[in-house]
Design a protein around this ligand. Structure first.
Ligand SMILES: Cc1ncc(COP(=O)(O)O)c(C=O)c1O
Length: 416
């Protein structure tokens, strides 16, 4: 057994694609502690700074005192504890849908839901940049899978025409995200809805990076565009802006009842701890309040500042690639490409596209040396040769921290 994976690991290392865990000795927040050293992080999806919020902590502690730690079994077996019921009621109200169902993670929500919606006689049409959970759920369903190029409505239409021809009695499910996790841009939701109506398809929208960020009270993109009723399956996660953990599906009552009967990741998995449901409920209540809305607007101030400063670095037109950032050291790579910034202002996610995997690692390591944690995202999370720094900004960041990061990027990229 020993050494069984040694060759494969060596190959990963050689391609700069190996991954390692980093121990953090503190709670999440804009400043974290790693190996006794304070570091400013731009890596978390805790967009509203709720992961360590006193409201969520107190709700979790109170729920532990009342309901204990473990849920005992699946909710269909040992009973549904009140925190789960309260959370689902609040989620449905917040998202203005008839019902909601919680899962132990967003990943589990996708993995359980898609195979419950479609089977081998059906078709799933996925955006090319969909998250792994959606891809895995689609694969698991056994339905025929077609991928359309990112946000390409023309190609999606061609796929829909093809599906109508080849699967006349089958169901067609379009799956996409409202904010794409590694690119930070948005789906053209209204146009997607037009197409799904034209072809009588179903639409599943993953709002993982939109809830808490987009729309009044953070209800997400569908709510912001006033098209919630046209999205058949609204997926989201409690693990990002809501600061807790778990995934959810919002939709019609019959959809939720069907999932309770058919979503295997719901049926065959122990319910999430009641304390986590209570914390997530505190987050939903906070978001629904005027204070929550103020926090969301503060996040947008931070997003605008980050965008302005990153664009002012003019990274796209830089004449010095990051490969030169510490020329001569083992970190520099001859084939590093120039970093470019996706100019989209649409979310709290800023991908600084580097291209070369080692160059992305180099810039992340150099930023780490300067006291900033920004993850280098590489294949298979993104395509080969599309490595990037994924910068996420939160409402909890101070302006000086954002300015400090941008100055460090400028220095390290030697951008004049
Ligand atoms: C777009 C998207 N969907 C789903 C998930 C999975 O959610 P969770 O982390 O709650 O499992 C993620 C997590 O990164 C995501 O980015």
């Amino acid at each position: 057994m020993q050494g069984l994976f040694a060759e494969q690991l060596k190959a990963l290392r050689a391609a700069s694609l190996d991954r390692h865990l980093r121990e953090i000795n503190s709670s999440q927040g804009p400043e974290i502690e790693i190996a006794g050293r304070r570091i400013i992080t731009f890596s978390s999806n805790d967009y509203l700074g709720l992961a360590n919020d006193v409201r969520l902590r107190e709700a979790a502690i109170a729920a532990i005192n009342e309901f204990g730690v473990g849920a005992g079994a699946s909710r269909l077996i040992s009973g549904t504890q009140s925190p789960h019921v309260r959370l689902e009621r609040a989620l449905a109200k917040w998202k203005a849908t008839a019902a909601a169902l919680c899962f132990s993670s967003g990943y589990a929500a996708a993995l359980g839901t898609i195979p419950a919606l479609v089977t081998k006689n059906d078709v799933v049409l996925l955006d090319k940049l969909c998250h792994a959970s959606l891809i895995d759920g689609a694969k698991l369903s056994g339905a025929t899978l077609r991928v359309f190029p990112h946000n390409n409505l023309r190609k999606l239409k061609t796929h829909l025409q093809w599906a109508a021809r080849t699967h006349p009695g089958g169901r067609v499910l379009i799956v996409t995200e409202s904010v794409f996790s590694m690119d930070g841009d948005r789906a053209p939701l209204r146009e997607l809805i037009q197409l799904k109506k034209q072809f009588h398809a179903l639409l599943m929208l993953d709002e993982a990076h939109a809830v808490g960020v987009i729309g009044l009270h953070g209800r997400g993109l569908a709510a912001e565009q006033n098209v919630s009723d046209d999205v058949d399956v609204q997926m989201g996660t409690l693990s990002k802006a809501l600061g807790a953990s778990g995934g959810y599906i919002c939709g019609s009552r019959s959809l939720i009842e069907w999932l309770i009967n058919r979503a295997r990741s719901f049926i065959y998995s122990t319910a999430p701890p009641p304390a986590i449901a209570a914390a997530a409920l505190a987050a939903v209540n906070f978001l629904s309040s005027s204070e929550g809305e103020e926090r969301r607007l503060l996040l947008w101030e931070r997003i605008r500042l980050m965008r302005k400063l990153l664009l002012s670095l003019d990274v796209g037109r830089s004449t010095l690639g990051v490969g030169r950032l510490d020329a001569g050291s083992k970190r520099s790579t001859p084939n590093a490409q120039r970093p470019t910034l996706n100019e989209s202002p649409s979310s709290a996610i800023f991908p600084l596209i580097i291209g070369n995997e080692q160059a992305a690692l180099d810039l992340a390591a150099a930023l780490n040396d300067e006291g900033f944690l920004v993850p280098a995202i590489r294949y298979p999370t993104v395509a080969k040769g599309a490595a990037r720094l994924r910068i996420t900004v939160t409402a909890a960041h101070q302006e000086d921290q954002i300015k400090g990061l941008c100055q460090a990027i400028k220095r390290l990229s030697k951008i004049a």
